[in-house]
Design a protein. Structure first.
Length: 389
């Protein structure tokens, strides 16, 4: 193999590997198709530039720039898509067009090698940095998120010192064809290729971590409602000491659910539960933890929430159940619930607090349903009642 083609061959192999990962996990990771295409575009761009295909310098510059721009755009779109953010295609497409137009201008209209170098390098840098900005929340995300963010940011930022070093290697009167044969330029291209491969390795590692996280999520998620299941809740409650105190617990139960099942059937009951949970999740903070205890009973763990605030939140949940839409199996049905609220005592196990909240829920059911009962709202025993024991 021509030594000059080692870098593009490695990039192509990396792109094919990521493409294979996409094919195997395409339902969980559709974004990998974009990233795989980006690496393949980068491979062809370097191959075209190093092999002088086509041999005419200006055509070679425009073609390689188009391939570089396509590669940067695909990688940026893929990483934005992984974060489940919308948009990005239009601004990235505009940047790609501007890169190609700039290279064309400095190749055919105002022949200027330095202009081409600035346009191509700064253009690709801005595309990758745009993706970094869009996914900046990854800084505080999982290990996979942080690996991906810093890899992308590093590759994007490297274009600036690379461009300045390129400018320093240019000699007065040097033409593009002459500069393209210098050791500095070839090493520079290889360095970019190797850095991109490092990013590819990071993407493969991140994909593995994503798959593991997906398996864990599937294991810990209730298949009907999409909230955590009892297994996941048990793990969280065992580590409740790591949650910010004070900690309150809500136990919610759909009122008259047997009647709903008898009226609409079990399939209709499932739809009602999904409607209820969708509203429940929308009614709590993102820091709160929602899980299904079983049947029509759900738990909300509220870190950093004292009892009085938890009661206020529970009242909002109880009052916020909108009627089911006309396109559902139970149009016009307003799903009511009863809620028990308890606050974790110092030194108490979290499951004990859940059981206390469950007892309060039972009291709410016994006293008429569609209400919130907390420890503050339970009447304290009188002196005569205490003396009876």
């Amino acid at each position: 193999m021509n030594p000059l083609l080692i870098a593009p061959a490695l990039l192509f192999t990396m792109g094919a590997t990521i493409g294979l990962l996409w094919f195997v996990t395409r339902r969980q990771n559709p974004h990998l198709a974009w990233i795989a295409a980006g690496f393949i575009f980068f491979a062809f761009a370097i191959a075209v530039q190093l092999s002088y295909i086509p041999t005419e310098t200006r055509s070679n510059a425009v073609l390689s720039a188009a391939l570089y721009a396509a590669g940067a755009q695909c990688v940026a779109l893929g990483i934005i898509a992984r974060s489940r953010l919308k948009g990005g295609a239009l601004p990235l497409s505009v940047m790609s067009i501007l890169i190609i137009a700039g290279i064309y201008w400095y190749s055919y209209v105002d022949r200027h090698l330095i202009g081409r170098i600035y346009v191509l390098n700064f253009g690709m840098a801005l595309m990758l940095l745009y993706a970094s900005y869009r996914t900046r929340a990854f800084i505080h995300g999982s290990i996979a998120d942080r690996i991906l963010f810093w890899s992308l940011l590093g590759v994007g930022l490297h274009f600036f010192p690379r461009t300045l070093l390129t400018m320093g290697a240019l000699q007065d009167g040097m033409r593009a064809a002459e500069f393209g044969t210098t050791t500095f330029w070839i090493i520079s291209l290889y360095a970019m290729g190797m850095l991109t491969i490092v990013m590819g390795i990071a993407i493969i590692i991140v994909t593995g971590l994503d798959v593991i996280a997906s398996i864990k999520e599937e294991r810990d998620t209730d298949s009907l409602t999409g909230v955590l299941n009892r297994r996941a809740l048990d793990r969280i409650l065992k580590d409740a000491g790591s949650l910010q105190q004070p900690l309150s617990v809500l136990v919610c139960d759909v009122d008259n659910f047997k009647r709903i099942n008898d009226t609409y059937g079990h399939h209709g009951g499932d739809i009602v539960l999904q409607h209820f949970v969708q509203n429940l999740v929308a009614s709590v903070r993102h820091t709160h933890i929602v899980a299904r205890l079983g049947g029509e009973e759900f738990v909300v763990i509220m870190p950093a929430t004292p009892l009085h605030q938890a009661v206020e939140q529970a009242e909002r949940i109880r009052q916020s159940n909108p009627e089911m839409g006309a396109d559902t199996i139970a149009p016009g049905l307003s799903v009511k619930c009863s809620i028990g609220v308890a606050e974790l005592y110092p030194g108490e196990s979290a499951w004990s607090a859940v059981r206390r909240a469950d007892d309060l829920l039972y009291r709410a059911k016994k006293t008429g349903r569609n209400r919130v009962v907390s420890e503050d709202s339970v009447p304290q025993p009188t002196l005569s009642e205490l003396s009876a024991f």
